[in-house]
Design a binder for this molecule. Structure first.
Ligand code: ZN
Length: 183
């Protein structure tokens, strides 16, 4: 987990299958780039299926998990275990802004007032791409949400790559993964 806060607030629960997917993806990235620390963000609450983890309406059954991007210092050196924002979310890459017209209501927050607080930490494209690839290649993964322009920049292509739509939370600050719903 990116922060002990996720555990303290019980936002880190997933099914055993999702845990396996996360562990295997982390191993895949670390085998390509030794020393890489893959960080999970919001999972699900440990309550009954259908209990949503706000503000992620879909995180309600243990088959959804978010991952942080990897970041470097301003010189391009990988920063193990560190994110750009203190919680992993909301440090938006601002790619593909033109994709969405301003619609209301929307969960596509910009959090622009927070942006000046973030340190200068460029995304690590190699490691982030490797994580995306590992998740997309996992046969148990059904969908991966990354903002389309960013996915293109990372060289990711797959039928599993989806755009969440303009009213949903944006995905240029984290990777969202979901398995097929359990029957
Ligand atoms: Zn998510």
């Amino acid at each position: 987990m990116q922060s002990p806060l996720y555990c303290a607030t019980m936002r880190n629960f997933v099914t055993p299958e999702m845990a396996d997917v996360a562990m295997q993806a982390a191993r895949d990235v670390a085998s390509l780039y030794p020393g890489t620390v893959t960080l999970a963000l919001d999972g699900n609450f440990p309550f009954f299926t259908g209990f949503p983890l706000l503000p992620h309406l879909s995180h309600d059954d243990g088959t959804k998990l978010d991952f942080a991007y990897f970041y470097t210092d301003p010189n391009g050196n990988y920063l193990p275990g560190q994110t750009r924002s203190p919680v992993g979310y909301w440090a938006f890459e601002h790619r593909g802004e033109e994709t969405c017209p301003p619609v209301r209501p929307t969960l596509r927050w910009n959090m622009g007032w927070l942006a000046p607080l973030w340190p200068d930490r460029p995304i690590d494209p190699d490691r982030t791409s490797a994580l995306g690839r590992a998740l997309l290649d996992d046969p148990t993964v059904e969908k991966v949400f990354i903002e389309p322009a960013l996915a293109a920049d990372l060289g990711l292509q797959s039928d599993k790559l989806r755009f969440q739509g303009c009213r949903a939370a944006r995905h240029d600050d984290h990777i969202h993964v979901q398995l097929a719903p359990s029957s």
